[in-house]
Design a protein around this ligand. Structure first.
Ligand code: G3P
Length: 218
């Protein structure tokens, strides 16, 4: 399973890249706005820090402008995955730029039916938003199960399931049990994966007992 961090905060990205466990980054217009940074410069900087796909989203919703934006974003780096919304225009752009060799992340996916369309349009990634479905009382992980099952039925579907809108570590564990290829989560949630009180307690005991031996390994 690949771990992407869902942020446009370069300090957070550098920090997580240092762990050696980070496989990519996803951004969206809301995260870019929060960063206060110039979009194209920031995406280029992220591509220099992370050795993996960096999702950067188009801003327009009409086909022609979206295609022009996609071409401009794709020029930043071969690591860029252009993010397009799951709309007819977005999927049209997806089909074109995928066939040109650009990675595409189809975002704002909320149903297995939409995920089938993304795969048919040649997306490298589809991003189902589990947290936002949970927020309205629906079963976010339920659509991940359905999408993984559907994609596994067709060798021709090469699209990776990128579980997005992650709210807690259990979303990641459940996505892994279902065989989803990628999760993208806020840095705070990825860091929570390390934690268990028995790890802290056990380590403290080992450190104390080792001191009693009076030995040094180095
Ligand atoms: O970046 C896409 C997705 O992960 C957004 O998540 O938390 O805004 O629902 P959220």
């Amino acid at each position: 399973m690949k771990f992407f961090v869902d942020t446009a905060d370069i300090a957070e990205i550098r920090d997580l890249a240092d762990t050696g466990l980070l496989d990519g980054v996803t951004t969206n217009p809301s995260l870019i706005a929060k960063s206060g940074r110039q979009f194209l410069d920031l995406v280029a900087e992220i591509c220099d820090v992370v050795n993996g796909p960096v999702s950067a989203e188009v801003a327009s919703t009409d086909f022609e402008t979206m295609l022009a934006e996609a071409h401009k974003i794709a020029k930043i780096s071969h690591r860029v995955a252009v993010k397009v919304p799951l709309t007819p225009a977005g999927l049209k752009v997806c089909k074109i730029i995928s066939s040109e060799g650009t990675m595409v992340n189809v975002t704002l996916c909320f149903s297995p039916a939409q995920a089938i369309l993304a795969a048919k349009a040649g997306a490298s990634f589809v991003s189902p938003f589990v947290g936002r479905l949970d927020d309205i009382g629906q079963d976010g992980m339920g659509i991940i199960k359905d999408i993984c099952e559907i994609y596994n039925n067709y060798d021709a579907f090469k699209t990776e399931v990128l579980v997005a809108s992650i709210r807690n570590p259990m979303h990641i564990v459940k996505a892994a049990r279902l065989g989803a290829h990628v999760v993208t989560a806020p840095a705070s949630v990825l860091k929570q994966l390390f934690n268990h009180p028995l790890t802290d307690k056990g380590l403290s005991q080992f450190v104390d007992d080792w001191k009693k031996t009076g030995q040094s390994i180095l």
